[in-house]
Each structure stands twice: as structure tokens, then as C-alpha cells.
Ligand binder design. Sequence first.
Ligand SMILES: [Ca+2]
Ligand SMILES: [Ca+2]
Ligand SMILES: [Ca+2]
Length: 342
Amino acid sequence: MKTARITTFSIALSAATAGAFTLSVDPAPLTQIFDNFNDGVDTSTNFNNMSSAGEAGGFASVNMNAGAADPQLQFPTPGAPFNSTSHPYFRVNTRGTVGSPSQVFPLPAAGPTVVGYSTTTAFAESQLAFANVAPGVSGTGLRIDPRGGGTAAVERFDYDYVMLDRVRTIGLGEFDYDGALDGWTFNAGIINNVTSGSTFSALTASNDPVLQRGGLSADTNIYDTLEIRIALDPLSTSRMEIFWGTNTFPGPAGGQSVSLVNELIRDGNFHTYRINMADEAAWDGNLNLLRLDPLADGDAAAGRSFEIDYVRLLEGSAIIPEPSGALLSMLGGFLFFARRRR
Ligand SMILES: [Ca+2]
Ligand SMILES: [Ca+2]
Ligand SMILES: [Ca+2]
């Protein structure tokens, strides 16, 4: 069920929370799924020295022939075509039997549009930008060269998703292939977890369920916005709290979090919470840890279901709107706007 778009601006009411943040609930999407390889229908084509190895479990697989020169393949667009003006950024989640330099060429070819990235042996997301594409150029497919060429043995490459973004974006968790954890760990307060169909679903089982993602290095001067798409148990009543750590403000730490309570829509359907952190003093330096407590306290201990579609970091300064006068008056006394740091 799609709900009407509402936007609220608030400070966290939790006594443990200092500072201010800006929240948009169910804002217009900034990301378009180019292909998530989740329907089990292999649409790869135009192979050169490569062949399909099928699409299953939420990703597409291709094999590069032994001795291959200039291996390449194309993913056509089962969905909407790309437009480099509306969506100048894109992300590829991939892995290979060897870590190697890879390239993407937007199709149809429109000048020197190569973008290089690095395939690793575990699934990892590369954040890319269409390079040297004339403004307004659009395309209908991507050619991928998984490796520059020349290898002794057959090598396999897997593709989990290609997503097109309006602003610079990092997928901290897309949960887009079966069993994917995308680097997240969790404590015993989270049980019965299943990743399937691009979501991580689970039950809370203690008063302090914790999901955590470490191993990050994201410049908070660029990435100042969190976006979480989550469905919450209609029986739930407690807060969702997000802790973070940076190189200058290590975490998780008490008082270094934001929490949502009344802003949460608990109807069992997915809702998007876009949280701009620019006014949080400790959102500073390089983000290296994010912790998500989906629910808390006795509510969580009672065993509530939740399902996460994704957790993303966004270049928020480009897209967080200043509040309108009408909105200001509508929200009246709930408003607080901290001085922006920059
Ligand atoms: Ca497919
Ligand atoms: Ca996928
Ligand atoms: Ca997802």
C-alpha cells in the first residue's frame, strides 16, 4: 500500500538524543532499479568471449572463456532506460572469481563513456558516475567488461544489482540476493532472519535488538543523509534508534543517536524514512559505523516482526528541501531548526 507523501520536521524527543535532524517520510524516490537480477529470467546478451551462467538466487552469473580477449556482455533494460541527466550516478554490486579492474560502457555508445571499477571476490558495491556523457544523453543498456582480457582459466562473475541514482548514494544494505547480509551483523535480539526478494526480515527477541554495519568510510560532508525503508509490525510501539560512529566521534555511543517513535508508520507496509543529519554535531569526519535498533525495550522483547528493504547513505544537501511557510505553520510548535553547520 502506498501512503500519501507527508513530510515532517522534528527534533528527536528522546532524552538520550542531542541535536537536531530533519525527517522526510515517504519522499519521492531518488533511486531507480536498472536491473536487480531477481526474477530468474536471464536477459544478458551480446556476449564476446563470455557466456551466460544463468540467473538465480537474486543475481546473474556469467563465465569468461579461458584465454578470452576483450570479454564483454550487455545487460539490456527490463525496466526503464537510463538518463544521465536525471540519474548521473549508478551503483553496481558484483563479485568475481578474481579481483580485477572492470569497465562499464553505457549503450548506445555516445562518446568516451567508459567507467572503471574494481571487482572483488566477495560481493561489493561500486559507486560510479556516468563519465563524459553529454548532458541529456540517455541509453538503453550497459555493456560490462568484467576484465581487461586474457586469462588462463574460465572465470565467473556475478551481478546482484545495478541501480541508478539522482544523487551520490552508497547502498549500506540492499539485501538484494538470497541470504545477503551486506556486511551487517546482529545480536541475539534478532532471530529468524531471512533475506529473500530484496528484503531482510526478522523478529525481535530481546529488549535491545541490534543490527550493525561496520567497515565503512564515508565522508559525512558529502553523505549527510540516511534513508531507511522498513516495514514495522502493527503491534509495535517502541522507538527505532540509529547510532553512528565516525573517526572523530567514535561510536556507537550514548547520546550519539537519533530515534523515531511517533513518526513511524506501523501498518506492516514499507515506508521510507529519509533523515538528514547535517545538524548533528557528531555527524562529522568519516562515517565508519552505523547501528540500527529497529525497536526497543519490552515491545521488542515481546517479539515483533520487521522487514528492511534497504539502508542507504545519500548526498542529502542536494535534495533535502527547505521547509515551506505552509508547512511551518501546519507543524506549529513541534518545529525546531538548528543552525546549519555549513
Ligand atoms: Ca532478470
Ligand atoms: Ca539482486
Ligand atoms: Ca532491497
